[in-house]
Ligand binder design. Sequence first.
Ligand SMILES: Nc1ncnc2c1ncn2[C@@H]1O[C@H](COP(=O)(O)OP(=O)(O)OP(=O)(O)O)[C@@H](O)[C@H]1O
Ligand SMILES: [Mg+2]
Length: 297
Amino acid sequence: MVSEAFRGWRAGDGVVDPAGHTMAAEEVAGAETDVLAPPTDPEVCVGFRAFGVRYGDFEALKEVQLDIRRGHITAFMGPSGCGKSTLLRSINRMNDTIPSARFTGQVYLDGEPIYVPGVNIIRLRKRVGMVFQKPNPFPASIFENVAWGARVHGLYKGHALFEHVEKCLARAGLWDEVKDKLKLNAMSLSGGQQQRLCIARALAVEPEILLMDEPCSALDPIATYRIEELMRSLVPDYTVIIVTHNIQQAARVSDYCAFFWVDENRCGRLVESGPTAQLFEAPKDERTERYLAGRMG
Ligand SMILES: Nc1ncnc2c1ncn2[C@@H]1O[C@H](COP(=O)(O)OP(=O)(O)OP(=O)(O)O)[C@@H](O)[C@H]1O
Ligand SMILES: [Mg+2]
């Protein structure tokens, strides 16, 4: 019987080897397997190994070999269509919801492969929360928006739940602005407040990793500044991975950067990654240098 957790998982045109890795058919045919070895450094919380994503016949991303460091902010950068959102969504298997999506390679979370049968998707998404480009609060009260996830996961109830909601709103820098109107509909908040509410909602299920796909692109500079401050306040307690088109934002908030490009087939490829200061001051690849200097993209 196919379990609930297994539903939505497809090996695509790959196969699952005895160790549970998903491998592309051509890789199975005798190629090196060490590119699929899990990260050994305990400071690495997410490890992409020869990871690729296809949407139907279209290869959106391939051969991503990348480690994400725990308790830091990593920024994904690169021109539109290079697969940043695709890669971000692969960490909590949100791409599984797209029927045409197929995966090759592997993604490790704390050393454990997540593209294997039997992974509990609900637990995975609790550990790896997500905040989207456009603030998307539920059409419910401010309190309910934050309480909902904690209640669903059975984390808190009664007075402890109220305290938890307060803690999450405070952590998201929103408590002082909403403490007197918790019963008000969340849709009545400003865009920047809504985005902080969505962050509080994501924190409420006590994740380890927070994925943020262009979280400030719909916000003005002041609201953006507040979200950036908030992101910095979340580390090292959380690992934060953001996608941003804003080069200055990546320079301001991130500790590490990964830079992607599209090859001649429009397929996304990782060009280089490393500490943010190193990428900005001494990029190894000319494309990174030109993109960061604002000369292409
Ligand atoms: N659901 C889908 N079905 C088919 N193709 C898709 C789907 N989602 C994304 N793609 C394609 O995959 C490629 C990577 O898309 P993705 O959204 O990951 O890029 P991105 O780097 O986040 O771009 P942007 O900066 O514009 O948000 C693109 O060519 C895109 O058209
Ligand atoms: Mg995107």
